[in-house]
Design a protein around this ligand. Structure first.
Ligand code: FES
Length: 174
């Protein structure tokens, strides 16, 4: 496996979604006739492709009689809809006020810079995706995070580095 490392952190890349237009059309058509079918269609695409591929947008726009911009807006509004498949591990860092004011902003900025990622990006080895989340109900233990769905409170730099290292190490020994 080719993993580029800098300061112990793998560099970024976005995995390519495995696009299947016929499959996407079938999934969208199954929801297109229903009121409020757009969100179920987006969830179906997420389940099939691990993301909502950009190529699905014109299909969605046509099926739901919406503009491409409206489809893009809906996808962007809901943080659970991804543009590219997530890595094998997902780290969500809280960006709401209580956590931001308790070093969460600095921790996140440092991590993203070290990984060379934007929010929602995935490391080059596909091991880790870093996403924002807006309050996890752990406001009494800021800054908070979710790592593969497990809540973490009072996150600090050493713990964060250990999580990233663990994610990468598992991939290299898998
Ligand atoms: S503000 Fe971060 S958990 Fe509530």
């Amino acid at each position: 496996m080719d993993i580029a490392m800098t300061d112990g952190y793998p560099r970024h890349a976005q995995p390519e979604p495995a696009w299947d237009a016929a499959q996407a059309s079938a999934l969208i058509s199954a929801e297109a006739g229903r009121e409020g079918g757009l969100l179920p269609a987006l969830h179906a695409l997420m389940a099939a492709f691990g993301c909502v591929p950009e190529a699905a947008e014109p299909l969605l726009a046509s099926a739901f009689n919406l503009s491409r911009a409206e489809i893009t807006g809906v996808i962007g509004f809901y943080h659970d809809f991804r543009r590219a498949p997530a890595g094998r591990h997902v780290l969500k860092l809280c960006r709401a006020e209580a956590c931001q004011s308790m070093n969460g902003a600095a921790l996140a900025a440092d991590l993203l810079a070290r990984l060379g990622l934007e929010w929602g990006g995935t490391t080059a080895d596909g091991a880790l995706t870093v996403e924002p989340v807006y309050c996890l109900g752990l406001c009494a233990m800021p800054p908070a995070a979710l790592f593969d769905g497990a809540p973490i409170g009072r996150l600090e730099a050493r713990r964060l580095a250990a999580l990233v290292a663990d994610a990468s190490r598992v991939e290299q020994t898998a």
